[in-house]
Ligand binder design. Structure first.
Ligand SMILES: [Zn+2]
Length: 190
């Protein structure tokens, strides 16, 4: 196996009505679910679990601590990642940039990502392309038999939360409904 679908942070708190909504993120649900083969093998990578470190990237937090993502992909012989999810200019961008640094080929599925601010989203796409990412449409993709979900998984007290000195509303606290996957097809995994 060489191609993997990497789904970034498609969680209830990032959907409209959630604690930290990304506009139109719910419109991606159907597109992404269509890409996932019914018998897909799914792996979940939790990030942002350390109280004093945030983690936009699915690979490393801002303290440089690695998740198990690179190891899992290497174990499976993955060479290329097709990236979708939210938010384009935050977790998608930082995950893509780290994926390239880690040696993976990256295609960003432009019809399966959503951002918070359209200007920042456009800049992020250029930054990802300049780093070596390619842009692709999901209509050109077969269904994926291997899927990795990154999940923002914060403790009750976290440096990214406004109440704790950060810039974001409290979101994606591990185990809460807001933390859970918004993708019904792989609901059982969370
Ligand atoms: Zn977060």
């Amino acid at each position: 196996m060489s191609d993997t679908l990497l789904v970034v942070d498609m969680q209830n708190d990032f959907m409209p009505g959630g604690a930290l909504p990304v506009p139109n993120a719910d419109r991606l649900i159907k597109t992404i679910q269509t890409l996932v083969h019914p018998n897909t093998e799914t792996c979940i990578i939790m990030k942002g679990r350390r109280r004093y470190h945030d983690s936009y990237s699915g690979f490393f937090d801002d303290g440089g601590e690695a998740t198990k993502l690179t190891d899992r992909l290497n174990e499976k012989g993955v060479t290329d990642l097709y990236v979708c999810g939210v938010a384009t200019e935050y977790c998608v961008k930082f995950t893509v940039l780290d994926a390239i640094k880690e040696g993976f080929g990256v295609k960003v599925l432009t019809d399966a990502i959503a951002g918070i601010n359209s200007d920042d989203e456009a800049k992020a796409l250029i930054e990802m392309m300049n780093a070596g990412a390619e842009l692709e449409s999901s209509v050109n993709c077969e269904q994926f038999s291997h899927t990795v979900l990154t999940m923002d998984s914060h403790p009750e007290v976290h440096c990214s939360f406004k109440k704790d000195g950060g810039i974001w509303p409290k979101h994606c606290v591990f185990g809460t409904n807001g933390w859970k996957s918004a993708l019904t097809v792989i609901k059982d995994c969370t």
